[in-house]
Write a protein that binds this ligand. Structure first.
Ligand code: NI
Length: 208
C-alpha cells in the first residue's frame, strides 16, 4: 500500500469508527490504486457482531464460542509482508506484559485472504507468534460478513502479482470486545506492545 492510500485509509476508518452513526464516507483511491472504497456506517457505528468462521482444525466456530473472555480481534493475512507480522508480534508481547491478566484475554487473528489462508495455514502461522492466538478463516462470504461488521477494509492489490502471488491492502486496527461480545475499544495496529498492554489492562482488571 502506498503511504498516500494508507493515510486515506486510516483517516477514513478513523472517521468511520469514531464518527457519528449517520456518517457515510466514500474514499476514492486514484490511478492504479484499488477501486473505490466505501465505508458506510449509516446503519450505526456499532462494531462487531455475530460471525461464523472456521478454526485451525477445520471446525466451525461462532462468536458465541468466544464469549466469557475479553477478545482481541485483528484482521490480516499470513502472506502480509510487513504490517501483520509486526502487529502480531506486538500482540504476543502484550500478552507477556499482561502476565496473569492475559488468561482473561483471547487474541483472535481473522484472515481477509481465505483463498490462501486455509485452516492449517492460519493455525501454523499464529502458533509462531504465540500459541494463545487463535487463527480463524472461512468462506469468502463468511470473511466478507465479519469484516463488514468490524468496518474492516480489504482489497487485493491490482498488479501486485498473478495466480496465488498477490498482496492484499487492508486496514489495521485492533479491537477489544467484552466477555459479552460487545465492542469495548479500538486501537491502531501500530501501537507498541507496551502501549497495547496499557490500553487493555484496565478492562481486564475491571472484571477480575
Ligand atoms: Ni497485513
Amino acid at each position: 500500500m502506498t503511504p498516500r492510500s494508507r493515510l486515506l485509509l486510516i483517516l477514513g476508518l478513523a472517521v468511520a469508527i469514531f464518527g457519528g452513526g449517520a456518517l457515510a464516507l466514500t474514499l476514492v483511491e486514484q490511478s492504479a490504486e484499488p477501486a473505490a472504497v466505501a465505508v458506510d456506517t449509516a446503519s450505526g457505528a456499532a462494531i462487531g457482531g455475530p460471525f461464523t468462521l472456521v478454526d485451525a482444525r477445520g471446525q466451525t466456530v461462532t462468536d458465541r464460542n468466544f464469549h466469557g473472555k475479553w477478545m482481541l480481534v485483528y484482521f490480516g493475512y499470513t502472506f502480509c509482508p510487513d504490517v501483520c507480522p509486526t502487529t502480531l508480534t506486538n500482540i504476543a508481547q502484550a500478552l507477556v506484559q499482561l502476565r496473569s491478566h492475559a488468561t482473561d484475554l483471547l487474541p483472535v487473528f481473522i484472515t481477509i485472504d481465505p483463498q490462501r489462508d486455509t485452516p492449517k495455514v492460519m493455525g501454523d502461522y499464529v502458533k509462531a507468534f504465540d500459541p494463545r492466538i487463535v487463527g480463524l478463516t472461512g468462506s469468502k462470504a463468511q470473511i466478507a460478513k465479519v469484516a463488514q461488521e468490524y468496518h474492516v477494509y480489504y482489497a487485493k492489490q491490482a498488479n501486485s502479482g498473478s495466480g496465488d502471488d498477490y498482496l492484499v491492502d487492508h486496514s489495521s486496527f485492533v479491537y477489544l470486545m467484552s466477555p459479552q461480545g460487545k465492542f469495548a475499544k479500538v486501537m491502531p495496529g501500530s501501537l507498541s506492545a507496551g502501549e497495547m498492554a496499557d490500553a487493555i489492562r484496565p478492562f481486564l482488571e475491571s472484571t477480575s
